[in-house]
Design a protein. Structure first.
Length: 550
């Protein structure tokens, strides 16, 4: 706005001065015409008077008049030359004015473009600020997720330790249950043996009872016989003594035999009673042992059911822990994916901001050059105006014309030099671009070298075998792969020597040591995700530290 006001003021002042100069020149021309007409009239009057007076004085007067006429003609010629020079100066002024208008138009266009570039820069800065805030948020989320992951790992380790203890308890319970089963089998065998013995004892008891009944019957029969004999003895006492003496011998023998039989029967009864009592005691003992074995079997069955329930609980806990670990792993993968997206957006925004800064600097340089050219042209216009003021007084017309022609030639020369410089710069930039295109084409033809130096991700399945690579840390705080073993997990996954470790399992290793990388690789639970970049030059510049095998 200030430049527009200044340009309008200079245009108004220049227009007023030009009008004044043209008015002054026209007034001078009119005055000279009037003087010429007056002199011409005086000359005619004087000739008439001379004709009337005589011819002597005519010659002298005509000579004077001729001199005056020549002087007037010289002045008139000078005025014509000055008017021509004024026309030329007006034409130069119009040409300079056109150039000034073009410069003003270019400056206005540059201003509008600069305003657009400033708006783009502001938008880019806003995007950068948003990206920075997103990055800060992503770092906070990553820290939170890493903390949650560490907590989950701790919980997982605790659960795994508890699982191991539970597995040990289960193994112990299984061993105890196997022992209990063996004992149960032994008890069942003993029970079957006792059952068979009990059956045999029952059979023996039945046979003994049958024998006892037979003996009781025999005893009763003998008792009856004894009673009959006693009665017969009582009847025989009343008989004669002769018959008594004769029969005494026979009855004594019968009584002795009956007494012996009764004694034998008593002994058999006592033996059967003792045998029956022993059998009863054995039966009671066997029944008690059978009851105890049944109680033990019930107790072992309850223990076995408890062990089975605990085993089911452990299996359910294991499944829940696996589900939680899978959920945490998915959340970590999503967080890492979001973080990579935000980092890519940040890199893109950085590239855009750098391009915009370059464009802003270029347009600032152009704007400064246009301002300097405008100032130079303003100074030239001021000098031209001052010279026009001098033309009013009729001084230094030829010098001004020469200086204006020289300035015009200098301007043309400067414009031509600037055009040549621009042409050279564009040619140089096109050459550089062609060289870069040729180099990139050569790199793409020669084994895809461009893709080789790009960062790549490598995933290795976690196992008990070592990875088979040696790590080295440099002075600048970078971790490199010094050597890769043949037929190792790292070589199969695509790890090469001179690779730089950028990230391991989502953890940044750009400013770290090889020991930290080893710890992270050791503590990785599942698949190992590594971000690598092939950089042999930086690997050659690294410090000679001792390589650590992973």
């Amino acid at each position: 706005m200030d430049l527009n006001i200044k340009v309008e003021e200079t245009e108004s002042t220049k227009g007023d001065e030009q009008k004044r100069n043209s008015n002054c020149v026209t007034k001078k021309c009119e005055e000279l015409k009037l003087e010429y007409d007056a002199l011409y009239r005086k000359y005619i009057d004087f000739e008439n008077e001379q004709r009337m007076s005589g011819s002597g004085t005519r010659t002298s007067f005509t000579a004077k008049v001729d001199c005056e006429l020549q002087s007037v003609k010289c002045e008139k010629n000078k005025l014509i030359i000055s008017s021509k020079q004024m026309d030329e100066l007006q034409q130069n002024y119009a040409w300079i004015k056109r150039q000034r208008d073009e410069a003003i138009r270019q400056s206005l266009e540059a201003k509008h473009y600069l305003i657009k570039v400033q708006q783009q820069r502001d938008d880019a800065l806003n995007k950068v600020n948003e990206a920075v805030s997103m990055r800060i948020k992503a770092t906070r989320d990553l820290a939170r997720l890493t903390k949650e992951r560490n907590d989950a790992v701790k919980e997982y380790n605790l659960i795994m330790s508890e699982r191991d203890s539970v597995h040990e308890d289960i193994k112990n319970m299984q061993l105890e249950s196997s022992e209990i089963k063996k004992k149960l089998k032994n008890f069942e065998k003993e029970n079957s043996e006792l059952f068979t013995e009990n059956q045999s004892l029952k059979k023996q008891i039945i046979s003994l009872l049958l024998k006892n009944e037979r003996l009781v019957k025999d005893c009763n029969y003998l008792r009856i016989k004894v009673n009959v004999l006693k009665r017969n003895e009582q009847f025989s006492r009343t008989s004669t003594s002769s018959s008594a003496s004769l029969s005494q011998t026979s009855t004594s023998s019968d009584f002795e035999s009956s007494s012996q039989n009764s004694k034998r029967n008593d002994l058999n009864r006592e033996n059967t009673k003792t045998i029956i009592e022993n059998l009863r005691t054995e039966i009671d003992y066997l029944s008690n042992s059978v009851r105890k074995s049944e109680e033990e079997v019930i107790a072992w069955k309850s223990k076995h059911e408890k062990c089975a329930n605990e085993k089911l609980k452990v299996i359910l806990e294991k499944t829940s822990v696996e589900a939680l670990s899978n959920q945490y792993r998915k959340e970590r993968e999503t967080a890492l994916f979001r973080l990579t997206e935000t980092l890519n957006d940040l890199n893109d925004s950085k590239i855009e901001t750098e391009d915009l800064r370059k464009q802003v600097t270029l347009w600032k340089e152009k704007y400064d050059s246009l301002n300097s050219e405008l100032e130079v042209r303003m100074q030239r216009d001021k000098s031209n105006n001052s010279q026009m003021k001098q033309i009013k007084n009729g001084v230094l017309l030829e010098d001004l014309h020469h200086s204006s022609s020289v300035n015009a030639l200098n301007e043309k020369r400067l414009i031509e030099e600037n055009a040549l410089r621009l042409h050279e710069l564009t040619a140089h930039s096109t050459k550089i671009q062609n060289v870069d295109d040729n180099e990139s084409h050569e790199f793409s033809e020669n084994g895809e070298m461009g893709k080789l130096f790009e960062p790549r991700t490598v995933s290795i399945r976690k196992s008990k075998q070592p990875l088979g690579m040696k790590l080295v840390s440099s002075k600048s705080g970078a971790v490199f792969v010094a050597e890769v073993m043949k037929n190792s997990l790292a070589e199969k996954a695509g790890v090469q020597a001179n690779d730089q470790l950028l990230e391991v399992c989502g953890i940044n290793l750009r400013n770290s040591r090889a020991t930290l990388a080893m710890r992270i690789l050791d503590h990785c639970v599942e698949d190992i995700q590594m971000l690598l970049q092939f950089s042999p030059q930086s690997f050659l510049q690294k410090a000679n530290h001792k390589a650590t095998l992973v």
